[in-house]
Ligand binder design. Sequence first.
Ligand code: GA4
Length: 363
Amino acid sequence: MVVLAKGELEQIALPAVQKAAPPLADVPEVDLATAASGGAEGRAAAARAVAAACEEHGFFKVTGHGVPLDLLARVENAAAAFFALQQREKESAMSAVAPGSPFGYASKRIGSNGDLGWVEYLLLGVTAAGASTGDHSADDPLLSVPDEDAVPAAWRRSFRDLLNEYTVAVRRMTCEVLELMAEGLGMEDTDAFARLVLDDDSDSMLRVNHYPPRPELKHLQQLHGGGGGGRVTGFGEHTDPQIISVLRSNATSGLEIALRDGTWVSVPPDQGSFFVNVGDALQVLTNGRFRSVRHRVMVNSVHSRVSVIFFGGPPLRETLAPLPQLVGEGGRSRYREFTWREYKSSAYRTKLADNRLCHFEIT
Ligand code: GA4
């Protein structure tokens, strides 16, 4: 259970006047199975739909993804079992990863600049096969998880292997989505984005979030006539720094995205599908054509929300700048060139809600 010190809840709660966000009526949807089997026409239509969703919202749903539903269920159950452990045991998983690194288990504290949320989570680095010891197959990405002996039973091989299996499958699907994005942009080099995420040195991550319910919210919501009040932030508003984020959650609501005009809408959960966010790095590569979506997670009064997010990032050494073909002849580059390492170290000095791209904009 997440335990709060005095005064911390006030920092997590949104102002009481905050209205509940209405649901996003038409979540853009892309069916990867149809894209694969629909011939050249079907593929081109899917690529156009992906690009349109990335331009309008920076967000869409993926169905027909090919990731086995039983794998999704097994990961969800294993995550729930992990979060049901004693606080002490979960924290020992944190210290065993790498002291001082953002990886491991944490509760309420997001990043290192004072952001708080009603959430506990595991954050794991995805490293290339071979870069670490272990008996995984050569194709597997390996997660930055602690040594066997130092950690509690639930964090041992079975959970690690399960998350590994999940990461392999989701990364593969992510790359299909990235190819569709490149096709939708009319790029000749349709592997350009996927290559960055598949690189041995790609700076990708896996995050497993648990948002425990807050039953007292129900009462507060009734007091405010259902419209406003009694809302608690699980994960505050932000954009993701990476190229792409691919999220899967259980059937509990909570995810909200900001539309172009700044209004917030809630995203109806769909446990059989994935949701894709465009990240800051992709906004840069596309010279702002694709929009990195501002999003947040609100806490449910009744149900636990469990989500797993794969963040596909480029290698730290990678130089990022708008792709010349997307700037166009005589066009204006909106961002200066920078390395992903530079971007990340700047991002890690910011608060969650900050605009991280403005430091790289050419004005
Ligand atoms: C947001 C996206 C990912 O969850 C994350 C987050 C990271 C963290 O939790 O450590 C950051 C946040 C995220 C953006 C700004 C910085 C870094 C917390 C924070 C305040 C793992 C990531 O890469 O950036």
